[in-house]
Design a protein around this ligand. Structure first.
Ligand code: SF4
Length: 475
């Protein structure tokens, strides 16, 4: 029995917000060969291509709530065999060109978002710290120079142990990065070996020490469970070591065998047994109980924080279905506009990608949510940005029902916060009950949802059958 029934957090779900829909990019097949599989994530209702510049007037009209900026560094020292993220090894020759393109794209987006304050910045990947100090410095200085950042801006960077990190961490800290997220995954040598990680347990301790020495007090450690041949004892041992470090934040993800990865091939050919779902569920429940005892609050299905203010504010934007702009190859974006958007030009180009004849008009309908993603290939992204073309390869304006359903599905992942009624109404222009009354009643009667009058959230029973709950909100 898989007691988690689809709700158990997966590493891919975590990253789905940051990955691109599987639109193959012409001419980039070599670079994209390992990244053609579908990323998990919200349903998509259509996709279009265009290479025109995004039109500035439209973005100036976007919403005024919290805004995140995601910057994708698509490089790693080595590609892990389970990973289907848009990241590549052995592309050192493209680091500089990609850095230049990222800086240029950041500058263009700063102009489009003029007047909006950025609340969170997330440098993700990939492994941002594989870039040189000079490259990291240029990217972060561009952010500081061109964007209006909130006084209390959260700036996170991902990092992986095993990369020369002491100098990089000090540099990141000096450039305003105030949250570090490290991909540890395990403290067991054989598990790290199976996962193809470049680090060992000693490297983790060294990296953690380097991060604290550099002044980071907000550190997240990522771990994976449900690995083939992983025992509950080994998992508990990794948790022991993680808790010994007492980081402010822990993210625990279940390994999922993603199609078209080396791991999928190993499982198909019998070289590796498939993950045991029941055992993974036991590991998840053991972690929930142990972290609670250690003083961590589970604020999301796969995320725990110790102390007020240490939940990841950038990821909260995703779960609250708010707004962010993604920069870099394969990065996703999601903005809400104050009125429904209507295409004014007649040249057949899709909205957001047209020329200056595109205008924003109000139709009286509720706010429109629009999302898009960039081409995945590094060379394609660089080529388009350098040619002053849009790197966007896919976009869609979400129907109101889809956007409301996503607010529910994402928000219900927030274990305590759930989905506040007032926020839902402010976001979608109608009460939650008007949109989903019968579903809410059904789930409440079944003991899967509860409400304190201000919000709706999963019950402990609902937490274990998340897919059943979420399916009620799919348009
Ligand atoms: S380090 Fe992370 S992003 Fe890079 S290949 Fe491994 S799992 Fe993927």
């Amino acid at each position: 029995m898989n007691v988690l029934a689809g709700l158990r957090p997966t590493y891919s779900e975590h990253r789905a917000q940051e990955e691109e829909a599987p639109v193959p990019e012409a001419g980039a097949s070599v670079l994209n060969a390992r990244n053609g599989s579908a990323a998990a994530g919200p349903p998509q209702t259509g996709r279009r291509r265009d290479s025109r510049l995004l039109s500035t007037p439209a973005f100036a009209a976007a919403g005024k709530g919290p805004l995140g900026l995601y910057i994708h560094i698509p490089f790693c020292a080595r590609k892990c065999p389970y990973c289907d993220f848009n990241t590549y090894a052995r592309l050192e020759p493209l680091y500089e060109a990609c850095t230049q393109a990222l800086c240029r794209d950041l500058g263009r987006w700063a102009a489009r978002l003029d007047g909006r304050t950025v609340d969170t910045v997330f440098l993700g990947g990939g492994t941002p710290t594989v870039l040189s100090s000079g490259q990291l410095r240029r990217i972060l200085e561009r952010v500081h120079d061109r964007f209006e950042l909130a006084v209390n801006v959260e700036i996170s960077s991902e990092a992986n142990p095993g990369i020369e990190d002491r100098g990089q961490f000090a540099l990141l800290r000096s450039l305003g990065v105030n949250r570090l997220s490290m991909g540890v995954q395990s403290f067991q040598a054989e598990e790290l070996d199976f996962l193809g990680r470049i680090h060992d347990a000693e490297d983790v301790l060294r990296a953690y020490d380097a991060a604290t020495e550099a002044g980071f007090d907000n550190i997240n450690l990522d771990f994976m469970f449900g690995l083939p041949r992983q025992s509950l004892e080994a998992w508990n041992n990794s948790l022991d070591k993680a808790l010994d470090l007492a980081p402010r934040h822990l993210s625990l993800y279940s390994l999922i065998v993603e199609p078209d990865t080396p791991l999928a091939h190993w499982v198909e050919t019998g070289r590796t047994p498939a993950p045991d779902d029941d055992l993974a569920a036991e590991m998840y429940e053991a972690a929930m109980s142990r972290l609670r005892e250690a003083g961590y609050e589970q604020y999301e299905v796969s995320n725990w924080a110790r102390g007020a203010g240490f939940a990841c504010r950038h990821n909260l934007l995703y779960w609250r279905n708010q707004e962010w702009v993604g920069i870099g190859p394969g990065a996703h974006s999601h903005l809400r506009f104050p009125t429904r958007l209507r295409r004014e030009s007649t040249n057949g180009l899709p909205f957001l990608f047209g020329d200056s004849s595109d205008r924003v008009t109000g139709s009286g309908a509720p706010a429109a949510a629009v999302r898009w993603s960039n081409v995945k290939g590094v060379q394609g992204y660089v080529r388009r940005v350098e040619a002053d073309e849009s790197p966007v390869s896919f976009h869609e304006e979400l129907p109101a029902g889809v956007s409301m359903g996503e607010t529910m599905m994402l928000g219900l992942r927030l274990v305590r916060e759930g989905v506040p009624f007032a926020r839902f109404e402010a976001m979608h222009g109608q009460p939650m009950r008007a949109a989903f009354g019968p579903s809410l009643d059904r789930l409440h009667d079944g003991g899967l949802l509860e409400s304190d009058g201000e919000r709706v959230r999963l019950t402990p029973k609902g937490l274990l059958v998340g897919n059943r709950v979420f399916s009620e909100f799919v348009a």
